[in-house]
Design a protein around this ligand. Structure first.
Ligand code: GRF
Length: 223
C-alpha cells in the first residue's frame, strides 16, 4: 500500500499549559501536512490556554484534574481508561507536566512520545533553560523521545539545537527552544503516523536504522 493511502493515525494529545506545540500540530494537520486525526485533547488543568486552542478547532477536550484523585495510580488509571476509549494509535505528550506511573508508560510503550526542552540525555527534568545558563553551555535545544518508565529517559527520535548567546536569559532560551520544538514535534509525529519510526527493546529506529543517542539531528534545511 502507498504511504498516502494509509488511514490517518488516531492521535490523543495530553497538555497542561499554553499549548503552542498543540497549536502547531493542529495547524499542520489542517494544512494536510500530517496524516492524523486528533481524536481528543486531555488536560490535567482546567484553566490553560491549550483548552481554548483545541475548542476553537472543534477538537473534543476532556479535563481530568489530577488533584481530584487520591493517588498517582488512581489518576493514571482513569487517564488510561479515557485515552483507551479513543482507541488511539499515538499518544502525544505536548507539555503534559506529570510524572507517569510505570504501568501507564508500559501500556503505551512504542506509541507515546514526549517533547523535552533540552538536548537529551542532558538535563532531564525541570528548569532546563536555567540549568543550561548556570552551566555556561554554548548549545541547548529540544528533543522528541519515546516515553518509557524513566522520566525523560526513553529513546530519542529527533533533536534540534540552538546556540546559547551571552545575552540569553531563561525567557529568551525558552522562546528559541520552543521555535525548534514546533519544527521537530510534527515531524516526529508524521514519522510515527507513517510507521517509519518504531521503538524496539528500548531503542528507536527510523526506516529500519537504529538511531544514535539524541536521535536524528534536525537539519534546518531538511524540510
Ligand atoms: C515545552 O517547552 C515542552 O518542551 C515542555 O513543556 C512546554 C510546553 O509548551 N514539555 P506548550 O504548552 O506546548 O506551549
Amino acid at each position: 500500500m502507498e504511504k498516502h493511502e494509509l488511514k490517518p493515525a488516531r492521535v490523543v494529545i495530553l497538555i497542561s499549559g499554553g499549548g503552542t506545540n498543540l497549536q502547531t500540530i493542529i495547524d499542520q494537520q489542517e494544512a494536510g501536512k500530517l496524516p492524523i486525526t486528533i481524536c481528543a485533547v486531555i488536560s490535567n488543568r482546567d484553566d490553560v490556554q491549550g483548552i481554548q486552542r483545541a475548542q476553537k478547532h472543534n477538537i473534543p477536550v476532556i479535563v481530568l484534574e489530577h488533584n481530584q484523585f487520591p493517588s498517582r495510580e488512581s489518576f493514571d488509571g482513569r487517564l488510561q481508561d479515557i485515552i483507551d476509549s479513543q482507541n488511539p494509535d499515538i499518544v502525544v505528550l505536548a507539555g503534559f507536566m506529570r510524572i507517569l506511573t510505570p504501568d501507564f508508560t508500559r501500556h503505551y510503550e512504542g506509541k507515546m512520545i514526549n517533547i523535552h526542552p533540552s538536548l537529551l540525555p542532558h538535563y532531564q527534568g525541570l528548569h532546563t533553560h536555567r540549568r543550561v545558563l548556570e552551566a555556561g553551555d554554548l548549545k541547548h535545544g529540544a528533543t522528541v523521545h519515546f516515553v518509557t518508565a524513566q522520566l525523560d529517559g526513553g529513546p530519542a527520535i529527533i533533536q534540534s539545537s540552538i546556540e546559547v548567546e551571552k545575552s540569553d536569559s531563561e525567557e529568551s532560551l525558552k522562546e528559541k527552544v520552543l521555535r525548534q520544538e514546533h519544527k521537530i514535534f510534527p515531524l516526529a509525529i508524521r514519522w510515527l503516523a507513517e510507521k517509519r519510526v518504531v521503538m524496539r527493546e528500548e531503542k528507536a529506529f527510523l526506516d529500519g536504522e537504529e538511531l544514535a543517542v539524541g536521535g536524528v539531528q534536525f537539519d534546518k534545511n531538511e524540510i
